[in-house]
Ligand binder design. Sequence first.
Ligand SMILES: [Zn+2]
Length: 531
Amino acid sequence: MTRLIKLYDTTLRDGTQGEGVAFSMEDKVRIAQRLDALGIHYIEGGWPGSNPKDLRFFKRVQDAVFKTARVSAFGATRRPGVRPAEDPNLQALVEAGPPVVTIFGKAWDFHVTSALSTTLEENLAMIGDSIDYLRKHFEEVIFDAEHFFDGFKRNREYALRVVQTAEAAGAHCLVLCDTNGGCLPHEVAAIVREMKTVVRPTSPLGIHVHNDSECAVANSLAAVEAGASHVQGTINGYGERCGNANLVSIIPNLMLKMGLESLPREHLHELREVSRFVSELANRKPWASQPYVGDSAFAHKGGIHVSAVLKHPETYEHIEPELVGNHRRVLVSELAGQSNVLWKAREYGIDLDKNTPEARRILEMLKKLEDEGFLFEGAEASFELLMERALGNHRTYFELQGYRVIVEEQSASGDGEPVAEATVRLRVRGMEEHTAASGNGPVNALDHALRKALEEFYPNLRQMSLLDYKVRILDEAKATAAKTRVLITSGDGDETWGTVGVADNIIEASWQALVDSVEYKLRRDERRSQH
Ligand SMILES: [Zn+2]
């Protein structure tokens, strides 16, 4: 039987420690749902004891249905000299209430005495007590042995006692951490191999490593090779300093190179799309030469190289790019061929690889929009509307006749905060609507004015709200002036969706994304009521 390697994603917790990575609560919910659909086994949602936003996330996902993933909360062991039932951090974990909890304890004696300022014996008691207590409240308790490898190198006996204490207290998985990220693969392999002989054969070992020596992926694989069966990491390797282990590379390495099981095989081709989805929500530019999923990962430039690769792809490609949802690029300019686009199109019964008139029409539209700077990762709703338009099924709910936005600084009258006001002229069901509304910024004011004009015709728009708003200046645009891309996340309590707009100015780009968001809601509700 093939060995199953369980994947534990900590993008939403450790990943957000990375410089420039921040997710709103809605982003976190969307990422969790996307990772669940991919087939990740565990999703660490946050540290409820350290951050009220994280606690809200756990409340929010309590009713959400996850198909494969188990949601986990992260926290520290009890504090020195405090009973578990009285420790606020452990209480926050219990209050968060997911099925799985992951707690970390120090496995390096130096950290115990210098950072925790307690005795080595008390640290062991803290680990044992906390696990014992949490087992009563959670289905699964995972133990992260923090600084395990550094501890092992300096005080092997103590590091072993830490792991054995967690094992004896009943932790369901013992995760060995290279918290400082300085280890090399041969060290990790040797230590994990030794640990296999120390713990009971039934105790699963896990690995959690950082990338400070640029070995996080290699170290994770070395640990698996040596017997670990649980791998922690983040999407695109986001994380503190140089990042965490990158699951987007670890997964295909495990499945395609090492012959192990991790994701359901039929989801492997979604990797590129998931990688892009998360980078879009993190507002980070995708990394072109990212192994497996980057735009350049299978890009071939001119000459002998290209003719060889066209005849025998294996001459210059380590895997078939389609296995991870990527594709070969030979020509300088061509459709980016994003996998989610192909995949979404298939849901509409359109195979973009086939030369049908619909496929040709959609490809033409996509090519044009991509030239303008559109990207549909993270904006599935806009893509659905594009498909509707290409298929001739698009319905107009209103026609824009014009809008105007004024931003005014009213220092004399108010507190000096500028005030935005928007007016919108629309035709809705043959009627002229002319509304004005204010807001705390121009986009907010436009959103209010648009809704005000439409709500009497479409009362269901009242359920909908704008949850998140992101702006990116496209310096890579082909036009001479920089363009602006706006990504909006909206929700109605039932679903959240993303829409995109691109224009020379931020107001127009925002307007496009707003209109798509409203049209998506109206279209979806209409289709639902027909069933
Ligand atoms: Zn970490």
